[in-house]
Design a binder for this molecule. Structure first.
Ligand code: SAM
Length: 327
């Protein structure tokens, strides 16, 4: 059995925010010095309910799950969640992390069945990284990448959110990593997500106009490092290799300039247990409100039916932080 939405897109991917707590406060995620979400976290969705829902979705062809947050490694039962999801038979199980705690977890997560990790890294300069992330330690991220490679969580994908005037002078340096290492360096366009409605002049609006588009990033890589050759798409990433070779892959994720709604195959579950058909929709169905498999099945089918064709981005801006929805 497979799930198809009203526009004949096959839905086989669920992205789960397992907690909205985070040990960092990235400027684009928790903007304008809002208090860290960990001071007032949502009660997390119970692992049992999450697993029960994913089991139902597996009967409808669920193939891929990504755990994110907040920082998923802050969830105490993360290893148990990974093992239970893999036991359902999910083919492709990934996790997105800021890496600060990954060295402690990499091997045991791999043993529990995790396939891959995406690691967020927005600057190669320690002080700048610390400022962007509100206190993160760059050395920990390098250790995280090493531990992921050592544990076989491959390929390691490095997510770089580009912010004009903050880290766009590092595009070439990031891209050049793919000449030497077999990492996937993925440049992500800054999205308009804010923490809470804020008084005019505050909040996300202060980052507006600071987006660097995928086309701009591509051009500066071609100018500064070398020609890129397209090698196709994987998920939301448009992938390239250097014409001159190199071990790694350069990806561009462009939700703003070239949105990928036509090929969207995903649902999201927020840290508070709400199913969101689209990141940019505020339509949510509450998984906490159902208790048995039949109800979960109805909820799954309703959320797939609720997927809009696309371009919700132009009409609505989510009023929740990425940490809650799950970036
Ligand atoms: N704490 C983990 C981490 O830092 O990777 C997982 C959660 S984080 C919200 C997941 C991804 O969302 C990160 O790669 C982050 O860079 C991205 N993200 C968050 N807010 C964003 C925004 N406003 N625009 C673009 N990407 C964003």
């Amino acid at each position: 059995m497979e799930l198809r939405d009203t526009f004949d897109r096959r839905i086989d991917y669920i992205r789960v925010s397992v907690t909205d707590r985070c040990n960092l406060r990235c400027v684009y995620c928790v903007p304008d010095g809002a208090p860290p979400r960990c001071l007032k976290p949502s009660p997390p969705l119970a692992a049992e309910k999450l697993i029960a829902f994913l089991k139902v979705a597996k009967r409808y062809g669920l193939r891929k799950v990504r755990l994110t947050g907040g920082e998923p490694l802050l969830r105490k039962d993360i290893t148990r969640i990974v093992r239970a999801i893999k036991d359902i038979g999910v083919e492709d199980l990934g996790l997105t992390t800021n890496g600060q705690l990954l060295p402690l977890f990499a091997r045991r997560l791999k043993r529990a069945g995790l396939d891959r990790v995406n690691i967020s890294l927005d600057s190669l300069r320690p002080e700048r990284y610390r400022r962007i992330t509100g206190g993160g330690c760059l050395r920990n991220v390098y250790r995280a990448i090493e531990s992921a490679c050592g544990a076989g969580l491959a390929p390691v994908k490095v997510n770089v959110v580009l912010i004009r005037g903050i880290n766009d002078d590092e595009i070439g340096e990031f891209a050049a990593i793919a000449l030497e290492r077999d990492w996937h360096i993925r440049f992500i366009e800054l999205m308009p997500v804010r923490g809470k409605p804020m008084p005019a002049g505050r909040g996300f609006s202060s980052l507006d106009g600071m987006r660097v588009t995928a086309d701009e990033a591509k051009k500066s890589i071609c100018d500064a490092v070398g020609r890129l050759v397209p090698i196709g798409r994987s998920g939301s990433s448009d992938n390239y290799r250097f014409w001159a070779g190199g071990a790694g892959v350069i990806g561009f994720i462009s939700p703003m300039s070239h949105h990928f709604c036509d090929s969207c195959n995903r649902l999201r579950i927020t840290a508070a247990g709400k199913i969101r058909p689209c990141l940019f929709s505020d339509c949510e169905l509450d998984l906490n409100a159902v208790s048995n498999e039949n109800e979960m099945e109805r909820l799954l089918l309703a959320s797939v039916r609720g997927k809009a064709k696309g371009s919700l981005l132009k009409k609505a801006v989510p009023c929740e932080a990425m940490s809650l929805i799950g970036g």
